[in-house]
Design a protein. Structure first.
Lengths: 372, 160
C-alpha cells in the first residue's frame, strides 16, 4: 500500500513544479510573542488549504484540455462533418505529409554538408544552420496549415537579453523558431524528438536540464548566464512556466529567467481554438500523436506578439519581476492568471512541503514557549 | 459530460445558497459531482484534507454547501469555530479531550516534536488558560479560546 502511494506521488512530482523555484529564498513571516492556547489550537490556515483543495484543484484546471462541445449530432451538420473528415484525412493529411517529407529531405541534405564541411568557418556555418532550422520549422508549420500572425518588432541578436513566452505545446517552439532561430532550454525527451535535440538543436546552442537532478538547477543557472553573456550565441528563449499549460491560463513563472541580470523580452502566444486545440497534454498523449492530431485538423491559427523588453526595476525582486512580465503576457494573450496565492494554497501538498510546514510550526511553538 | 449547471434548477440553487453566489454554487456542484467518484484524486492528501473529506463524505449537495459555507468570507466566527471544533472532536461526542488535541498536534508537528514535548506544551497552555487536561473542552470553551479578531478561514470558490 505504501509502495503505491510513493509511486503515484512521484509521478505527480514530475509535473508538479518545485516550490523552491517560486519562493523567495529565506524570508517567511514568523509569528512572535508569547504562546497562547489559541496559537497551539488554531488550525485555520491548514483547514483553509484543505477546503481549498476540496473545492478546486487550480493545479489541474490549467492542465485540463477542455474538450469542445460536439456539434455534429444533427441531421444537417453530421454529413457536413463527415465530409470534413474525408477531406482532412484523405486529402489534407497526405498532402501535408508530402510537404513535410520534402522539407526534411531538403533540410537534411543541406544541413549535414554544411555542418561537416564548414567545420572551420564557424560564423558562416552558424548562419547557414540558423537559416536551415528556420526553414524546417516553416515546413513544420506549413504541414499543419499554420497561420501565424506575428505582431511587434522581430527579435534581434544581442547579448544580455533573454526571451520568455507562455507555453502551450512544443509547437510554440517551432512557431517561434521559424521566425528566429532561438536557443532554448529544454528537457531531453526520448525517441525521435531526443535525437533531433541532440543533433540539430545542439548546434543552436540549446541547453539541457534534468528535472530529477537536484544539483542540476545551479548547473543550469550557470549555463544560462554564460549563454546570455556570450555575444555570438543565438538569442535564448525560455518558457518560464516550465510545463505546457492549456492556453486559457498562465501558471506561475519560475524565477530562473528573471535573475540573470539581463533584459527580458516577453512573447505572448495565443492559439485560436476554433481550428484546433493546440494544447499538448503530455500526460495523455505522446508528441507524435499530438503532431498527427494537428496534421489532421483544419489549421493551426495563432497570434504571436513580441512585447516591449522589460528590465528589473530598482527595488523589485526577481519574483515580482516575473509576476509583472507574466501579467504583461497574460493581458496581451487574453489568458487568466492563476493567482500566486491560489497556486501555492491549492496545489496538492507534497510530503516535503508538508514536512516543512510541520517543522516551521513546531519550531515556532517551541521558540515562543521560551518567551515569557 | 455536458454542462453540470443544466442539472441544477434555480430552485435548487436558492435552497442551498447561504453565503455563496449563484456562480459559486454552480462551480461547487461541478466539484461535488467530481468528488463523488474521484477519491483517488486525493491519494497524496495530507491528514487534514483526509479529515475534511471524511466529514464531507456521504453528504448530499445541500449539506456539502452548508459545510463549506463556513469557509466563505461572509461566514461568522462562531461558524468557523464550529468546524475547527468538529475537526478536533473526532468521535463526534461534543467533547474534545486531551488526547484529541494531541492527535491533531501530532499531524501539525510531525517528527519535529516528541510526544512528551507535545503533552508538556499542551498541559502548560491549558493550565495557563484555566483549563485542565482531565476535563474535556466543549464548544463554548472553544468559542472563548478563539474569541479574537484574527481568525481567518476563507477560501475562494473559483468560477471558470
Amino acid at each position: 500500500m505504501s509502495n503505491k502511494l510513493h509511486s503515484s506521488s512521484s509521478e505527480l512530482d514530475l509535473d508538479r513544479p518545485n516550490i523552491e523555484d517560486y519562493l523567495p529564498s529565506g524570508s517567511i513571516q514568523e509569528p512572535i510573542g508569547k504562546l497562547r492556547l489559541r496559537d497551539l489550537l488554531d488550525i485555520s490556515p491548514i483547514l483553509t488549504e484543505a477546503a481549498g483543495a476540496i473545492v478546486d484543484d487550480s493545479f489541474t484546471r490549467c492542465f485540463k484540455s477542455n474538450s469542445p462541445e460536439p456539434w455534429n449530432w444533427n441531421i444537417y451538420l453530421f454529413p457536413l462533418w463527415c465530409l470534413g473528415v474525408v477531406v482532412r484525412y484523405g486529402f489534407l493529411f497526405p498532402l501535408r505529409v508530402l510537404v513535410l517529407t520534402i522539407g526534411w529531405i531538403i533540410f537534411l541534405s543541406c544541413y549535414f554538408p554544411v555542418h561537416f564541411l564548414l567545420k572551420g568557418h564557424d560564423k558562416l556555418r552558424k548562419k547557414l544552420e540558423r537559416g536551415l532550422v528556420e526553414l524546417i520549422c516553416s515546413f513544420f508549420v506549413a504541414s499543419w496549415t499554420g497561420v501565424v500572425k506575428y505582431h511587434g518588432p522581430r527579435p534581434s541578436m544581442r547579448p544580455k537579453q533573454v526571451f520568455v513566452a507562455n507555453h502551450t505545446s512544443m509547437i510554440d517552439f517551432i512557431v517561434l523558431e521559424q521566425m528566429t532561430a532561438f536557443a532554448v532550454i529544454m528537457q531531453k525527451h526520448p525517441g525521435w524528438v531526443g535525437l533531433l535535440q541532440s543533433t540539430i538543436l545542439e548546434s543552436l546552442g540549446c541547453i539541457w536540464f534534468n528535472r530529477s537532478e537536484a544539483k542540476d538547477r545551479e548547473i543550469v543557472a550557470k549555463k544560462l548566464r554564460d549563454h546570455v553573456n556570450g555575444p555570438d550565441n543565438n538569442p535564448l528563449l525560455i518558457f518560464p512556466e516550465g510545463t505546457c499549460v492549456n492556453n486559457h491560463y498562465t501558471v506561475m513563472f519560475k524565477k530562473g529567467a528573471f535573475e540573470l541580470g539581463c533584459t527580458v523580452c516577453p512573447i505572448a502566444v495565443k492559439y485560436n481554438k476554433i481550428f484546433v486545440d493546440a494544447f499538448w497534454n503530455s500526460r495523455k498523449q505522446s508528441f507524435t500523436t499530438h503532431l498527427l492530431q494537428l496534421m489532421t485538423s483544419w489549421a493551426v491559427v495563432c497570434d504571436v506578439w513580441y512585447l516591449e523588453p522589460q528590465n528589473l526595476k530598482p527595488g523589485e525582486t526577481p519574483i515580482e519581476f516575473a509576476e509583472r512580465v507574466r501579467d504583461i503576457i497574460s493581458v496581451r494573450a487574453g489568458l487568466k492568471k492563476v493567482p500566486w496565492d491560489g497556486y501555492l494554497k491549492y496545489s496538492r501538498p507534497s510530503p516535503k512541503h508538508r514536512e516543512r510546514k510541520q517543522q516551521s510550526f513546531a519550531e515556532s511553538v517551541l521558540r515562543r514557549l521560551e518567551e515569557k | 459530460m455536458g454542462s453540470a449547471s443544466s442539472m441544477l434548477t434555480q430552485y435548487d440553487i436558492e435552497e442551498v445558497q447561504e453565503h455563496f453566489t449563484q456562480q459559486e454554487i454552480v462551480s461547487l456542484y461541478k466539484r461535488f459531482c467530481q468528488l463523488d467518484r474521484n477519491a483517488k484524486g486525493f491519494i497524496s492528501a495530507d491528514e487534514f484534507l483526509s479529515r475534511l473529506l471524511k466529514m464531507v463524505d456521504g453528504l448530499n449537495f445541500k449539506d456539502f454547501v452548508a459545510f463549506l459555507s463556513a469557509f466563505s468570507s461572509k461566514a461568522s466566527t462562531p461558524q468557523k469555530i464550529e468546524i475547527i471544533f468538529k475537526i478536533y472532536d473526532s468521535d463526534g461526542d461534543g467533547k474534545v479531550v486531551f488526547n484529541d488535541i494531541i492527535e491533531v498536534l501530532r499531524d501539525m508537528t510531525g517528527s519535529f516534536m516528541s510526544d512528551e514535548q507535545r503533552e508538556e506544551v499542551l498541559n502548560q497552555l491549558l493550565n495557563e488558560a484555566g483549563y485542565s487536561r482531565e476535563s474535556p473542552l466543549l464548544k463554548n470553551d472553544f468559542i472563548k479560546i478563539f474569541d479574537y479578531e484574527g481568525l481567518r478561514m476563507e477560501m475562494e470558490v473559483p468560477i471558470d
